[in-house]
Design a protein around this ligand. Sequence first.
Ligand code: SF4
Length: 716
Amino acid sequence: GMTTPTDGSRVATHCPYCALQCGMTLSHETDGGVSVAPRGGGLCHKGWTAPELLDHPDRLTAPLLGGRPADWPRALDRVAEAIRETQERYGPDAVAVFGGGGLTNEKAYLLGKFARVALGTSNIDYNGRFCMSSAAAAGNRAFGVDRGLPFPLEDLAQADTVLLVGANPAETMPPMMRHLARPDLVVIDPRLTETAARARLHLRPLPGTDLALANGLLHIAIERGYVDDDFVASRTTGFAAVGRAVAGYWPAFVERITSVSVADQYRAAELLATGNRAILTARGAEQHSKGVDTVSAWINLALALGLPGKPSNGYGCITGQGNGQGGREHGQKADQLPGYRRIDDPVAREHVAKVWGVPPQSLPGPGRPAIELLGSLGRDVKTLLVFGSNPAVSAPNSAVVTERLKGLDHLVVADCVPSETVALAEVVLPVTQWAEEDGTLTDLTGRVIRRRALREPPSGVHSDLWVLRELAKRLDAPSRFPDTPSEVFDELAAASAGGVADYSGIDYARLDAGERLHWPCPAPSRPGSADDARPVPGQRGPAGAAETAGDARPASGQRGPARGHSGTPRMFAGGRFATPDGRARFTAVEHRPAAETADTGYPLLLTTGRVLTQYQSGAQTRRTSLPGRQEIELHPDTARRFGIGPADSVTVTSRRGSFTARAKLTESIRTDTVFASFHWPDRENVNRAVNDVVDPVSGMPEFKVCAVRIASTTSE
Ligand code: SF4
């Protein structure tokens, strides 16, 4: 293994894709290419093939103006001019920014600052709305803080039972499964996924009914005496109302809503009754018009069982995007300032404005969440800047979104590959890839990790940080825009000080010395943040396998106070949650149907998800050598019912639109449901059919259920 994070020919970094952020060593190959090796854990197919994009023939290496190559000064001047023109005519909010959950912490932070300070617009939001926003809202509601997993992944190996709700890590992040090898798994998913196939018990509810199932399991837990009364009495509030709410969720009633048998409900409750237990939710629980309440229902169950904050037990949410966690902490959300603080909080405004050197009253107020923002394109939003996102494919009701993108006065997109959104842009700005840049990301456990450059970007390619600095200059922004990643990080850390996600005790030197630092990690002079999560003295990250082969580790485990706060790998262990009274909050929630249920015109349900070889909108992974194509999964009985032969071309139609792909007949899916993955553009794009109705609290769209009809299109 490497003894330093970088030795010239090799560099210790992490995978560019999902939130597991697997450790990687990058090295130069003799033919000029880049090779990867796992560092500590494993890598999935996506990680192994990531370098294929670095010198890919599709790689964007020059700015484009109206589809033609242009030099950087001209392209940047054009963007600044477009912004000025729009704002003079329509006001500051007519220019909007759309960011991404894959951007580094530094980019997410600088993008938020750019929107508020250089553009003065309230309209900035990002694709994390599609990914994690429901669990974030439910976590804040219950614990006063939202950190995906409030404990290290290694803790899961100590659990006896892990309940996975709408999570399929065996396919989406395979290396995670080594942490789930020991516990018994209870998997809740309408499909028999790879993960469900490894489960001791697999429950297959009708899509859109998980909330009723969670209430039903809590009903049984109360009836059977599985509730941890001491924990509920001493560390929570609101249980009585939840008890009343779930009293009506009798197993037979829950079976009628969810189709999960009474016997299976009792089996699941029994597996969760004793031992070390963790409950983990993911997109399957979240991507609903009642996503926040659904996650709250699972958190209620975890709280009633006394799991959060107990060693080797807990509740967590498995984040999806590479920087899904950090992406929602530094201010690229419509309602947020850095440090995971609310933009309408006067104290936060004062603090951040001071770091930025601007008057607090100059900062705009909250803007519109993603779906609302995309809905205003071409109406009162005339110019859009997109960084690290491909909404033409990834947004629900995507054909309409594509039309709206076309209806803008100006669309500016920064990306490394010609995505479907890039194809619509007036100005395209080619930016660096992961192996060409330094920065940090925050993984699904709240650990801040270092991305490190192995090589220079191709000539003609610049970092997003440089782009923002150059634009800020042209717009005469009243604040400095540094573009050195460590300098941006230091500013981000200062801006986060005192917030929930406090990074102020972290810097590149500590990370490069191999320290494993999870937020909150306040600077020594500062008291801890709102959280309990004051470090247990001497507590360190687990000396786990994840990094042993890779990151340079500190010379010894000892750290005096001079080295600073040691971070917070395990939250809530000290007896307090991050709520004002230190108690976790139950929230009484009721089942309600999805916005669309099956009817005679649209007799089936469509649900969406990921496949092993692809990531997000597929703009990157579709360009690698990984196999994969769109397939519409349906049960053989369903195929017979609708006259569809194996491998027929099938068109799926909802009230919004249609998509077409090859049928894959499989008994792994319910007979009333069809599945397609969301990585494919144009006529294969499932999001043409997906419902853009959103959760009223989180703004998350209902990706996981809408009503459809299907027909064979093979003969056409
Ligand atoms: Fe990369 Fe995620 Fe695969 Fe790990 S699991 S190699 S982070 S895509």
